[in-house]
Design a protein around this ligand. Sequence first.
Ligand SMILES: O=C(O)C(=O)Cc1ccccc1
Length: 306
Amino acid sequence: MPRLAYLGPEGTFTEEALRTLAPDAERLPCANVSAALDAARQGEADGAVVPLENSIEGGIATTLDELAWGEPLLIVAELLLPVEFSLLVRPGTRMRDIKRIFTHPAAITQCRGFTARELPEAVVVAAPSTAAAAQEVALPGSPYDAAIAARIAGDNYGLVELVANVGDRSDTVTRFIQVTRPGVLPAPTGADRTSLVAFLSDDHPGALLEMLTEFSVRGVNLSRIESRPTGDGIGRYFFHFDLEGHVTDARVGEAVSGLHRVSSDVRFLGSYPRADGLTPQVKRGTSDSDFTEAADWLARVRAGQV
Ligand SMILES: O=C(O)C(=O)Cc1ccccc1
């Protein structure tokens, strides 16, 4: 039975994602995303499940930066999970008693309309996770009056739901990933995604266009591009790319090696089945057989068989 680390404690949205991705796995709750990834890196767990991005706020910076800079890990699966937030309190707390709210930063952003409208005087403080916030609020003498978390986190820790569905949008989706130590890639399914990060070789006009051209000319569609600061001052960025297809697809492999040629560094983060099951549109001239046929033709040319 695989053992998977995750952003805990019990009752996080990440736990729900893990239960869906790997129902039979043994679960190792960790205090934050970095600790969960480290547990996978150091062999304390076989892998980890962490949030990667959500449909309101975009990427979860800690996860993106850990994947780019930390000891390498491979993404082997992804999951899209709709999330529903509840305002949870100790029994007896009323709306007018709420002065301090505790929750994960992603929930702060996704519930900003509700807190501004219904609790304009309350201070909202960032917690390591939504369930960690619920656990803290449940402690007698906690400095916090309410948590925003999944209803189940309230059930786990003895809080009651004061208001349901406090998210500003009902259709918010979070994307979670399962990672392992580098090893065997998941086999291609025909509906795959490839993730990588690339660093510019130098700063010049068209540098990003050069990277994008590698995908464009091979008919590789991008499903996400996100810039993150390198940390070397304002104006210095590297890029996270998600591509449609598997690195064993000829067009993806060629694009990725082209990207490697025009970048100072590329880190491959994984090829894995897409959660939405969508298959890529393969443009004329970019199928595996088109690439094989062209390579055979070039070999004949080079052998003087014109
Ligand atoms: O804190 C949690 O429960 C998490 O799993 C992270 C998170 C927080 C808010 C929305 C989606 C995921």
